[in-house]
Ligand binder design. Structure first.
Ligand SMILES: Cc1cc2nc3c(=O)[nH]c(=O)nc-3n(C[C@H](O)[C@H](O)[C@H](O)COP(=O)(O)OP(=O)(O)OC[C@H]3O[C@@H](n4cnc5c(N)ncnc54)[C@H](O)[C@@H]3O)c2cc1C
Length: 295
């Protein structure tokens, strides 16, 4: 790790050492990350990945960490955090964005430029890169409908661009492998009317506030939606709303969310996930699949 730090210093790549994942995950859970690097452009990502590859160093890329559960132990990988990949440009109906920008920042830029297509995604607390990887979506809209092309760097440090259907978007998934780092995405929106866009964004925000436990740390919906069902409803029908393991609780507001009531550990959350899965399976014969990614 000392060599990796020296490498970052020599290449002017911002980094931090010994950072608690509790400080940057929306779940407020996780052990110490020994090294977190913050590349500022695609070139720095490529340089880093070439170095990691040559030295057999494990890494994981994260954005806003709003869909991940970090382990309680010290992380056994270097984190690439995309916060500083924050380039943003609006060109006619296109928004070109670094992967580290918040989705909400893009939705606001779209509104300012009278562009429609992001309204329903407003309020998803993720980065552009995380939203592309996850094909994030809400209220019937998803990233796949607006993503035109994406730049990424592979594990060997080579830079690629994928367009349209090459993203292979599916429900909460895309074509990218665990080792790819998404660096830039172009969205294609359509001209809209400022007032209508703003009203829809406000309506979506109100709906989120009234249905989701936004005042407590969480990673959003823990489980994918099983075909023809809602995970939250199945969990509620098992009588698990409000059920706790340690500091992890099935939200009393939305049973699809697990919230951290203060001192939850990753072990608590995992135990609660297992318990929910087995209760739902016993009652409905359905195995809930996790949407959150465990690091
Ligand atoms: C209160 C709340 C509400 C939410 N509501 C929704 C919702 O309505 N719809 C929805 O779809 N999701 C929702 N989420 C989940 C989450 O916000 C989305 O999945 C979001 O897109 C994740 O983005 P992120 O930057 O936080 O990704 P992270 O959590 O940091 O990472 C998620 C995954 O993507 C990978 N990743 C992230 N960035 C990159 C990159 N640049 N290159 C390569 N891999 C990368 C990570 O390795 C990980 O596997 C919600 C979460 C919370 C806390």
């Amino acid at each position: 790790m000392t060599d990796a730090v020296a490498f970052c210093e020599a290449n002017s790549i911002p980094f931090k050492t010994d950072l608690s994942a509790k400080t940057f995950s929306t779940f407020k859970i996780g052990g110490i990350a020994p090294l977190v690097v913050y590349p500022t452009d695609t070139e720095q990502v490529s340089i880093l990945l070439k170095y990691f590859n040559a030295n057999n160093l494990r890494y994981k890329t994260v954005g806003n960490c709003s869909n991940v559960l970090f382990s309680d132990n010290m992380l056994d990988c270097i984190l690439i955090k995309t916060d500083l990949l924050s380039f943003l440009n609006v060109e006619n109906e296109h928004i070109v964005s670094g992967s580290g920008n918040f989705l909400s920042k893009l939705a606001s830029a779209a509104l300012k430029n009278h562009l429609s297509g992001m309204e329903k995604l407003f309020g998803i607390p993720g980065s552009v890169g995380g939203a592309v990887i996850m094909n994030a979506g809400a209220f019937g809209a998803e990233m796949s409908q607006i993503v035109e092309q994406t730049e990424y760097v592979d594990a060997k440090g080579n830079i690629h661009i994928v367009k349209g259907e090459e993203h292979c978007f599916g429900y909460r998934k895309s074509c990218f492998t665990e080792s790819d780092v998404v660096t830039k995405t172009t969205l294609k929106l359509i001209p809209g009317i400022y007032r209508n866009i703003r009203e829809e964004m406000n309506a979506v925000k109100t709906k989120r506030v009234s249905t989701q436990p936004l005042d407590m740390p969480s990673a959003g919906s823990v489980f994918k939606r099983p075909d023809g069902h809602f995970a939250g409803k199945l969990i509620e029908d098992c009588g698990l709303k409000g059920f706790s393991v340690g500091g992890a609780q099935v939200s009393t507001k939305h049973a699809g969310f697990i919230v951290n009531t203060g001192n939850a550990t990753a072990a608590d959350v995992k135990e609660l996930i297992n318990l929910i899965q087995s209760e739902v399976f016993d009652k409905f014969g359905l195995m809930l699949e996790t949407e959150i990614r465990i690091i």
